[in-house]
Design a protein around this ligand. Sequence first.
Ligand code: ATP
Ligand code: MG
Length: 251
Amino acid sequence: MLSIKGVSKHFGGLKALKEVSFNIDDNQIHGIIGPNGSGKTTLFNCITGLLDVTAGNIYLDDTEITGIPAHEISNLGIRRTFQQGKLVPSMTVVENVMSGIFDFSRNDIGDTFFRRPFSKSKKESELRAQAIEMLDLLGLSASADRWASDLVWAERQFVQIARAVVSKPKLLLLDEPASGMGHAETQEVGELIKKIKEMGITPVVVSHDMKMLMNVAEMVTVLNFGDNIFEGTPTEVQKDPGVLEAYLGAE
Ligand SMILES: Nc1ncnc2c1ncn2[C@@H]1O[C@H](COP(=O)(O)OP(=O)(O)OP(=O)(O)O)[C@@H](O)[C@H]1O
Ligand SMILES: [Mg+2]
């Protein structure tokens, strides 16, 4: 599905990614791990078009997506969440989720020009119904009409996921979905990721929570100082001396 070929990203003299290459297969939960500053978020930023790559190519199926604008990549079916849990605080939960459909179906130049909130191609009631359906599916519908600003951190993270999933993308990039969560909530995140895979969406998960990640991921890529140092199943990764050293060295 996604093919990353020799991707480098430099910030001045800092090499955040150094010729990283790997594939993400269809309908398989792919984990990405690595110590702080190893380039995980930078990789997501490059895949989603928020950052231009310094070198290399990225393909979604047979389409090269390197260098194309972020909203087009989003329309091609790559959605993400952010490490910092961004929601629009002055909108309700369901409205935040609806905004995830709006981006995806945005094709009316009038809407863009006049900054109308929702595309005319879909009525607001339809968008709301679709968003509620997704919240239901993810077990979040009880919070639909709460203000995003009233949510606690963990709830915000879940709503971010709902917003990214509601358009049924091909690929869902989750950047630290369980950060700042307790044990029970982290387990819920793991279950949610499995549910998302069952919807036919391919989840790619960056997480510091090894237990959760090793439990859900079917394939794991390990980054260290911008290098892709290992790739394998969770069992293989946990036994690899190079990976252990990268983590112990980072302590
Ligand atoms: N916009 C930027 N400008 C300059 N340097 C950056 C920028 N974004 C990231 N970096 C640097 O690139 C390196 C990789 O950062 P990145 O955020 O991708 O790491 P990460 O693996 O996501 O780390 P964490 O686990 O802490 O989230 C770091 O050294 C970081 O300081
Ligand atoms: Mg990061």
